[in-house]
Design a protein around this ligand. Structure first.
Ligand code: N01
Length: 490
């Protein structure tokens, strides 16, 4: 560390916020680039990000495990084709140890404000504990899905039993013998329902809209495969590349009717095969275009709904009462516990934070017309401030690890460019950002996410998609291969 002058002000070259896969990946690549003067701040007391926070029963990845490791730290030991949350968390912890990142992390350090010091070309970053950091550059790697969305249900306070969100699972509540109401059938809801159905006395699943579900080709990775991966790294690479192309494929469905038709046919076939009852099937058939919401992968959700101790409720939620949930048809669904699988507040990636850039510009002012950035990483008016998984750089079907690595490489390139030119300030040209976003939204506005007749967390209140990259992972990798000096004030 460069200096610790008075009080507790620290002057690192780079300050990373968050120790999820993005923050850890960034730290490793800084170390590889020879940078030692950096700090990683983490609000919690452990690494892992969403994989630390989401501990609901059945929590697993719906991206193939072969694609769910850093390319530079392959995991030959995945036990399944789709890894479970504990296994992914173990992997992250192991990588932190192997790459000796821990000494750079300060746990229980929640950032409360970022302000750019125009005179010094440094950020002033303060934490809830009153610590102050003055880094040259900030990398905000705190992800998009970490603040639970808790809907304002009428009568919420009347319900006397436990209510908790899927990402804040209350493990002190024993579900054995209980009547459990689960609200939400997104990626989290459909993973947890089959698991709690095994324990609870009765589960009622409240579905507001049906989701398109494709089969999840999960199976254990055999001992022979694991031994092959260890002995011949090339075999692991073949698996990884197959998984990569499988994840690229659905992206074409967002733009090409022919692909869309094929994938939709697969989803309908999956539903028909798993749900023989036409009445239940009708309730589970989405009324919007395939791909409009994030496509889900599951082999056990539809079977779980057909258990005698599980019911699907499709009437809208009217209110919570002392005894449970009343729906719009007047029926009271009695429950002992309510689980909210209601997703995350996604408009707030950085938008609700105290971030003040050059000339006193706040992020809220900069994003008055909606979140936008250049390549999802930098915003005009906010020099030396980088985001990982910022606006329009996620949400595709590709593994987030692939996109994160593309961004980390790009950010390291920007920092290197600054060093090489002896520059203390790097800021994207306003015009470059505007042209990029015009191009981006001209594509997105024609995509299924916007035209598909649904409202998903990809869209903001203006109806624009502020989350997704409008192409494949390969397209993004190409676009971010190296930073172009002409895009920036340097
Ligand atoms: O959240 P969601 P999630 N009344 O927003 C319903 C990632 N993830 O936590 O569809 C009634 O998808 C809402 O209904 P509707 C992944 O990126 C990844 O499941 O809006 N219902 C919906 O059914 C994913 O996309 C993995 O009509 C209400 C559900 O709640 C993202 O996290 C695993 C409601 C919310 O679904 C979010 O997934 C898990 C209300 N007021 C999650 N408000 C992997 O495996 C909301 N709903 C990598």
């Amino acid at each position: 560390m460069e200096s610790t002058d008075q009080v507790s002000t620290v002057h690192p070259n780079v300050l990373i916020v968050g120790t999820g896969l993005a923050g850890i990946g960034m730290a490793i690549k800084l170390l590889e680039a020879g940078e030692r003067n950096f700090v990683v701040l983490e609000k919690a007391d452990g690494v892992g990000g969403v994989w630390r926070d989401n501990t609901y029963p059945g929590c697993a990845c719906d991206i193939m495990s072969m694609m769910y490791s850093y390319s530079f730290a392959p995991n030959t030991g995945w036990s399944r084709m789709y890894a479970s949350q504990p296994e992914i968390l173990d992997y992250i912890r192991r990588v932190v140890k192997d790459y000796e990142v821990e000494p750079y992390i300060r746990f229980q350090s929640e950032v409360v404000s970022y302000e750019f010091d125009d005179a010094a070309d440094r950020w002033v970053v303060r934490t809830a504990d009153g610590d102050e950091y003055r880094p040259r550059a900030v990398v905000a790697a705190h992800g998009a899905l970490h603040k639970p969305h808790i809907p304002e249900f009428k009568g919420r306070e009347k319900f006397t039993g436990p209510v908790f969100h899927s990402a804040r699972w209350d493990h002190s509540v024993d579900l054995a013998g209980k009547r459990v109401a689960v609200i939400g059938t997104g990626a989290s809801g459909i993973q947890l329902v089959p698991h709690i159905a095994d324990t609870a006395a009765h589960v009622e699943v409240f579905q507001r809209s049906a989701h398109w579900v494709l089969p999840k080709m999960d199976r254990p990775v055999s001992g022979v495969e694991q031994r092959l991966f260890k002995a011949f790294p090339g075999v692991m690479k073949i698996y990884r590349s197959a998984a990569f192309w499988l994840h690229e494929a659905p992206v074409y469905g967002y733009f090409h009717p022919r692909w869309n038709f094929l994938l939709k046919a697969m989803a309908l076939h999956h539903l028909k095969k798993q749900v023989p009852d036409p009445e239940l099937r009708a309730k589970l058939t989405p009324d919007y275009t395939f791909g409009c919401k994030r496509i889900l992968f599951s082999g056990d959700f539809f079977p779980a709904l057909q258990r005698p101790d599980v019911d699907l409720v499709t009437e809208g939620i009217e209110e919570f009462t002392e005894a449970g949930i009343r729906t719009s048809d007047g029926v009271l669904h009695e429950a002992d516990v309510i689980v909210l699988g209601t997703g995350f507040a996604t408009d707030n990636r950085c938008a609700t934070e105290h971030i003040v850039g050059r000339d006193g510009l706040t992020i809220q002012e900069a994003w008055r017309d909606g979140m936008q950035a250049y390549l999802g990483m930098t915003v005009a008016g906010f020099p030396n401030f980088f985001m990982i998984m910022g606006p329009n750089s996620g949400g595709s079907a590709q593994s987030i690890l692939f996109l994160i690595e593309s961004q980390v490489r790009y950010i390291v390139g920007c920092l290197r460019m600054m060093n090489e030119r002896g520059s203390t300030r790097l800021e994207v040209h306003d015009e470059v950002q505007r042209t990029f976003n015009t191009w981006l939204h001209s594509k997105l506005d024609r995509s299924v996410w916007v035209t598909g007749g649904c409202h998903s967390w990809f869209l903001d209140h203006t109806g624009h998609n502020r989350q997704s990259w409008p192409g494949t992972g390969t397209n993004y990798w190409r676009a971010t291969r190296r930073p172009e000096p002409e895009a920036f004030h340097l």
